[in-house]
Design a binder for this molecule. Structure first.
Ligand code: LLP
Length: 409
């Protein structure tokens, strides 16, 4: 454990101590975000379920559990992570468009708080599995409100083009069909229209529709106790993001009159800005058209630029007092694809081999989407907690990479 001054994590010292590439997550910043979220939705919000997929490190999950957060999981693997940290299962919500029998059973056996069910077929299976165990499954139905989220096509989830959720009429039909099933306990609705949504109006549009559905379901005789309004709040990458208070203000007048128990399940908003990826410049390469800074992190570490064309801030960490002329640089990794870039056409101080570079706003969907492509061991992670830095994930070794592969007899 090394002491860190309040404020910015000691990136240079951490890179020297642990090597690069290296993830650094500022847990104190995550705590501050959780407080801000709760403040913005005060009086309306019942529980926050952190979306584990954004960064599923056990250490981060423990930190959030200690703050009273619950968890939104989407696989048996994420459920197991929550089980390992010993969180109260009542604070776990299990979402996802394709849950296997084994995953549903694991959730039932753990007695989790809620299943977000996405089809009548899934509801039937959940009912049968619960009945076989003699337990009752609490569930919400995920609605597809058919609203645009104004975000990247790949992370838009609430339109008719998408695989997620049910149109309201189908949800109602599923409820009618299972109304007498004692193994199923309908609690309310779930909606999640996408990720990195920068327009509060999109949340309001979803809230208008879902509020109508809550009223219609009640009119049809179903008690709607809770509404899981999902996540998707944007953070600032290349453009400013709305204040969380503005999003809360946009939906409050629509959701408050419903008198439901409101759940939220943000991932990115809680952790993105708290995370950085540190890497070192291996070489600088000039072509007639480009200056490439080839760094030791790559698309296997941070996939978002390659997959979504995502923009992350980049900063060259020069020793104090040093200044250099600038150049327009593409920051690329060592992987054998031209899609392996972390940033394009950035004006930076002229990079040199050995320089330390920081990729910012990398705390969400960074480590959790990293792979071993090109047989590259995954990078370690440091968590800052109470101003102190601790290695919470060691660097993978080649033995880790090869551990699952079987030799011929
Ligand atoms: N709830 C559900 C049902 C979700 O599918 C998601 C994210 C969340 C909550 C959390 O959304 P957030 O608050 O983090 O926006 N890999 C992409 C993001 C994929 C989001 C998938 N679902 C990226 O790197 O931008």
């Amino acid at each position: 454990m090394s002491a860190a001054p309040a404020g910015r994590p000691p990136f240079v010292a951490l890179a020297a101590q642990h090597g690069t590439p290296l993830w650094v997550t500022d847990g104190d910043a995550v705590r501050a975000r959780l407080r801000e979220l709760r403040g913005a939705f005060a009086g309306l919000l019942d529980e926050v379920h952190y979306s584990v997929k954004a960064n599923s490190s056990l250490a981060l999950l423990r930190l959030l559990a200690a703050e009273g957060a619950g968890f939104d999981v989407v696989s048996g693997g994420e459920l197991e992570r929550c089980r390992r940290i010993g969180v109260d299962p009542g604070r776990i919500v299990f979402a996802g468009v394709g849950k296997s029998d084994a995953e549903l059973a694991a959730g039932l056996d753990l007695k989790i708080g809620l299943f977000d069910v996405e089809s009548s077929e899934e509801l039937d299976r959940l009912g049968a599995l619960a009945a076989a165990r003699g337990v009752v499954a609490r569930f919400a139905l995920r609605l597809n409100p058919d609203v645009e989220a104004g975000t990247h096509e790949y992370v838009t989830t609430g339109t008719k083009r998408n695989k997620f959720g049910l149109p309201f009429e189908e949800a109602l039909a599923a409820l009618r069909q299972t109304a007498g099933n004692r193994a199923l306990d309908f609690r309310g609705f779930h909606v999640h229209i996408g990720s990195q949504i920068g327009d509060p109006g999109c949340f309001a549009a979803a809230a208008v529709i879902v509020a109508d559905h809550v009223r219609a379901a009640r009119f049809a005789g179903f008690a709607v106790e809770l509404l899981n309004f999902g996540g998707g709040f944007a953070v600032a990458y290349d453009s400013p993001a709305p204040l969380i208070a503005a999003i809360a203000a946009a939906v409050r007048p629509l959701l408050e009159p419903l008198r439901v128990r409101l759940l939220l399940e943000p991932g990115r908003w809680l952790v993105a800005e708290a995370g950085s990826l540190l890497c070192r410049v291996l070489a600088v390469k000039e072509t007639p058209e480009k200056t490439f800074a080839i760094v030791d992190a790559a698309m296997n570490d941070l996939l978002r630029p390659a997959l979504y064309g995502a923009w992350h801030p980049v900063e060259l960490l020069l020793p104090a007092g040093e200044s250099r002329p600038t150049a327009t640089v593409d920051v690329v990794g060592p992987i054998c694809e031209s899609g392996d870039f972390l940033a394009k056409e950035r004006v930076l101080p002229c990079p040199r081999a050995g320089d330390l570079l920081l990729i910012g706003v990398a705390g969400a969907y960074g480590t959790s989407m990293s792979s071993q492509y090109n047989s590259r061991p995954r990078a370690p992670e440091v968590l800052i907690d109470g101003g102190r830095a601790r290695l919470v994930r060691r660097r993978e070794t080649m033995d880790d990479l090869l551990a699952t592969e079987l030799e011929p007899d």
